[in-house]
Design a protein around this ligand. Structure first.
Ligand SMILES: NC(=O)c1ccc[n+]([C@@H]2O[C@H](COP(=O)([O-])OP(=O)(O)OC[C@H]3O[C@@H](n4cnc5c(N)ncnc54)[C@H](OP(=O)(O)O)[C@@H]3O)[C@@H](O)[C@H]2O)c1
Length: 266
């Protein structure tokens, strides 16, 4: 009954299973997985011999006290309605679903509920998982969930009102930065004889090194720019173009993401 159950063995569900087990936060006999398709359940059993596989979501709910919902937002209501009748009320529900509020979740399961927003970079033990606990989450469940997710990266507690904005940065962020790396490498390769794969490698390494530098030195991005973009130099020519165009582009991108976030799960 102290097992951690994960419903949905897709991108996020499989990443969590891999992360919790590879980090040693959980043993295979402490995890039970359920997923809609036989293929997903077989893939999980094949990847982690000895892991618990539940044929149905209800079977998982009978076996686990901590139940992580790693299904798409539109599936959350159906899955919770399906399992709630076999739960005894003292379980903890951990939902990954964007746009499904704590109130929505507590309306379906009037107990301990937590929203968690992981990030794809947790697959390499990097990045921030956002955590937002509901009103009824006790100390034991708080520590249990925060401990689990800190095994796959950093954990930051946020209020629900801040979740959309924080999600854009921590969870959508890898997609945004990947787009920037792609554009920068592509533009450099198009404008030169540099092979695209070499340009991509250099751009990727530079982004990782820049993030490491800012994190380790605590320097503000503006100060780093001043250090690199000397007056009349090469970097300054590029930064100037970006400063002219990027604020408008990013304002539009953030507005579009916040609007879409509000519509998810409705
Ligand atoms: N992708 C991200 O970067 C990211 C980041 C933060 C949060 N999230 C959230 O994480 C959740 C999962 O996203 P994802 O990208 O992992 O989606 P996904 O790859 O589509 O995985 C969802 C899985 O849920 C399973 N499933 C669907 N309906 C089910 C049901 N009724 N019972 C049991 N299993 C069911 C599917 O299983 P089968 O394959 O077996 O059919 C599928 O593999 C979403 O709510 C999303 O908002 C995602």
């Amino acid at each position: 009954m102290d097992c951690v159950g994960i419903i949905g063995y897709g991108h996020m569900g499989s990443m969590l299973v891999n992360g919790f087990l590879a980090s040693g936060a959980l043993r295979v006999d402490e995890v039970v997985v359920a997923s809609r398709s036989r293929e997903s359940r077989d893939a999980c059993a094949g990847a982690w011999p000895g892991i618990g596989i539940a044929a149905t979501n209800r079977e998982l709910a009978r076996r686990c006290r901590t139940i992580i919902l790693a299904v798409r937002p539109r599936e959350i209501r159906g899955v919770l309605n399906e399992i709630v009748s076999v739960m005894d009320g003292d379980e903890q529900i951990v939902s990954l679903a964007a746009g499904i509020s704590l109130d929505d979740l507590e309306g379906l399961f009037p107990g301990s509920v937590t929203r968690v927003v992981p990030t794809v970079t947790s697959a390499v033990g990097q990045g921030t998982t956002l955590i937002c606990h509901g009103r009824q989450v006790g100390m034991h469940d708080t520590l249990r969930v925060e401990g689990l997710f800190s095994s796959i990266g950093d954990v930051v507690l946020v209020g629900e009102d801040d979740l959309p904005a924080a999600t854009i940065l921590s969870s959508c962020g890898p997609g945004l930065f990947a787009a920037i790396i792609d554009e920068l490498a592509g533009a450099t390769a198009r404008a030169s004889g540099l092979p695209p794969d070499r340009a991509l490698m250099l751009a990727t390494e530079t982004v990782a090194a820049t993030a490491a530098y800012l994190r380790e030195t605590g320097e503000a991005p503006g100060d780093l720019i001043e250090r690199v973009a000397t007056g009349g130099g090469v970097t300054e020519a590029g930064v100037q173009r970006l400063r002219e165009r990027l604020p408008g582009v990013f304002d539009e991108a953030v507005a579009a993401m916040l609007q879409r976030y509000g519509a998810v799960g409705k």
